[in-house]
Design a protein around this ligand. Sequence first.
Ligand SMILES: [Zn+2]
Length: 84
Amino acid sequence: MKMKLQENEFWVATFHGSHDGTTAKVIATRDDTRPEPYVWTCTCGVSRSFLTEHGVFPTAWRHTHPTRFDRLRSWAARRFRTAR
Ligand SMILES: [Zn+2]
């Protein structure tokens, strides 16, 4: 997991939240040398990249602030896995 900015990277935003019962922090950066300049990376290891900043905020917010339905879905997925 990469939390240190590279030479071409600019800090865009940081999102604090939690998911799966643990705290999560997402760092969003911009790097014009990448094919998709906007990238966010979560402390859980998930990362997403986008062509514009418009994709960054809703998805990063959603990742760190799962809705009731997201929580239910991940709970159901866990329960289904352990049931087998
Ligand atoms: Zn995460």
